[in-house]
Design a binder for this molecule. Structure first.
Ligand SMILES: [Zn+2]
Length: 302
């Protein structure tokens, strides 16, 4: 049953940044770099989180270190130079992969010689075209950015250049020397979403399919039932994991989060969850520690 109260904006509340800094970061060792736009944290399992708290998305890219190579999972917003930061953090050769091709994960792709991406027409078009200011200006509206941006970043000219890329399939292994990450195709949030599984170290990188905030199942390209099936499949991995690393707001979560999110999708599909409607016609289903945004359309959900 819907609750009647109408939310103004389920996705980006006014003064969203008033909740920062998030307390979870106080427990993580911080690594200083020359670029204040990024906050870098050391995570368990020889992984670094490159967090961009200055923009509403609070996106997190990950640098996973092996003995021969490092894997950079996503390249952030493209507001500051992530490649320069990565080169301060490691001398290893860096392989780059996108968890999916939403703007906040591909911003600095163009600074690298090649980016791996899931073999889907949506991803191929997005990386081949790049994104122009008219597609990106919506992401700079209002109070989207609250921290000072690097001097050379011009919000008016914000664009994401096309990049060189190589496509990967389900099961593709990134061998970094002493550790391997396996590609899982996990559509739903977007049609080109992947997760990366490090079986030996019992870690799962979830991309945008799971994080502790509003999960987007309302976007063009999102698909509620596909998302639900993905979560049901991925939740089965929980007993094999010690931690899940998520791409927004805070990085480190318990594997139980996978199970809770899968149950939430099932509850929505069964018509057993309450929601609020926002002024843009988006349903917001709230759960403990996260929420799910969907279209206001029973045909999509049931
Ligand atoms: Zn996304």
């Amino acid at each position: 049953m819907p609750e009647e109260s109408l939310l103004e904006d389920a996705i980006q509340p006014q003064r969203w940044f008033s909740t920062l800094p998030r307390p979870e970061y106080a427990a993580l060792p911080k690594i200083e770099t020359s670029e204040p736009w990024f906050e870098v944290y050391q995570l368990p399992g020889n992984v670094m989180a490159l967090y961009e708290p200055g923009h509403f998305q609070e996106v997190i890219s990950f640098l996973v270190l092996g003995s021969d190579k490092a894997l950079l999972i996503d390249t952030g917003l493209g507001i500051a130079n992530i490649r320069a930061v990565v080169e301060e953090l490691t001398t290893l050769d860096v392989v780059v992969v996108n968890s999916h091709t939403h703007f906040d994960h591909i911003g600095d792709n163009h600074r690298f010689p090649c980016v791996h991406v899931y073999n889907h027409p949506h991803a191929i078009k997005r990386l081949g075209d790049g994104m122009e200011p008219d597609q990106l200006s919506v992401h700079l509206r209002g109070d989207s950015i609250w921290m000072p941006v690097p001097e050379r970043f011009d919000p008016e000219a914000y664009r994401i250049p096309a990049c060189r890329f190589a496509t990967i399939e389900e099961g593709h292994l990134f061998d970094l020397g002493g550790r391997r990450l396996e590609t899982l195709y996990t559509p739903g949030h977007s049609p080109d979403s992947i997760m990366l599984l490090d079986r030996e170290n019992r870690l799962l990188f979830t991309g945008d399919t799971l994080y502790p905030a509003v999960l987007y199942a309302h976007l063009e390209g999102s698909a509620f039932h596909t998302y639900r099936k993905t979560m049901a499949r991925i939740a089965e991995l929980a007993p094999q994991l010690d931690r899940v690393y998520c791409s927004h707001n805070t990085p480190v979560h318990r594997p139980q989060f996978l199970i809770d999110a899968a149950a939430a999708f099932e509850a929505i599909a069964a018509g057993e969850a309450d929601y609020k409607l926002d002024a843009n016609g988006i349903r917001l289903y709230s759960f403990e520690g996260f929420a799910i945004a969907t279209p206001d359309d029973e045909r999509v959900l049931s």
